[in-house]
Design a protein around this ligand. Structure first.
Ligand code: G3H
Length: 271
């Protein structure tokens, strides 16, 4: 990631915590409060580095109440949404409901949804469009499994997921979209892709977005890396030119560790 001459980043860095199926609504409030206190003590400037949490659906109302009540500047979002707006879809959550709960973002196509719930590229494209339809910004997750990485076809594979996910979007939507590159072999395994791996893929994604939507759009779309990000490796990953943020799983459940990732700039200065 580069900074312009006035010291601002090209794109506002985005540090997102995906709590996955952890933290009930009581635990979730405590976690968010601790994170907010830690960042407040550190005088974190949210306009410089954006922070977001993706709690389970059942936590979202409590999160909304806390964020509004304490005037927190932490964004939040759902971990999934339905491709449909309403109706007989038992167990699903509409983007409209997320919008009503103040969700700014929603994850779409996390690898755990693609594999465990067999979500196809076609369904995920419909979910991306549903998110925009309801005024929620999708964070489209893409990335390859170990076998594909070993076969050396990881870039082609990931770009194919990207093309399918963004099909039919307007330029305005593509600029607002966030894309998270998450190599499946690095998720929850402690195996972190090297900063150069993250950069290779993020550069390829940006180039593909440029082909699809033009250079002005591609310069605005934020690209994240996800997979075993911790306080001690975030700085090196975020130093890469095309990496605009990180999607953090396990480490987002520890407020001190997550705050450390949010404050990656202070580590860069210290390096
Ligand atoms: O959404 C987050 C990713 O799946 C990364 O999870 P992790 O940081 O636990 O490896």
């Amino acid at each position: 990631m580069t900074t312009s001459t006035n010291g601002a980043f090209d794109r506002t860095p985005f540090i997102a915590g995906n709590w996955k199926m952890n933290m009930d609504h009581v635990q979730g409030i405590t976690l968010l409060q601790k994170l907010a206190w830690t960042l407040s003590d550190a005088k974190h400037d949210y306009s410089r580095v954006e922070v977001a949490a993706f709690p389970p659906f059942t936590d979202l109302r409590g999160v909304q109440t806390l964020v509004q009540g304490d005037d927190l500047h932490i964004a939040y979002g759902g971990q999934d949404l339905s491709q449909f707006d309403s109706g007989a879809y038992t167990g699903d959550i509409s983007g409209q409901f997320l919008n009503k709960l103040g969700c700014k973002y929603v994850l779409v196509g996390h690898s755990e949804r693609r594999t465990i719930h067999n979500e196809s590229d076609e369904v995920l494209n419909a979910k991306v469009k549903a998110a925009f339809r309801h005024g929620v910004v999708p964070v489209l997750c893409v990335g390859e499994g170990l076998e594909i990485r070993q076969a050396g076809t990881h870039v082609d594979h990931t770009l194919q997921q990207l093309r399918a996910g963004v099909a039919g979007l307007t330029n305005e939507q593509a600029a607002e979209l966030v894309v998270a590159y998450e190599p499946v072999w690095a998720i929850g395994t402690g195996e972190v892709a090297g900063p150069e791996d993250a950069q290779e893929m993020c550069a390829a994604i940006r180039s593909e977005l440029e082909t699809l939507f033009g250079a002005d759009v591609a310069a605005k779309t934020r690209l994240l890396y996800g997979g075993s990000v911790k306080g001690n490796n975030a700085g090196a990953i975020l130093r890469e030119r095309d990496v605009d943020g990180v999607l953090v799983g396990g480490a987002s459940l520890d407020p001190a560790e997550f705050a450390n990732i949010v404050r990656f700039e202070s580590h860069l200065v210290a390096d």
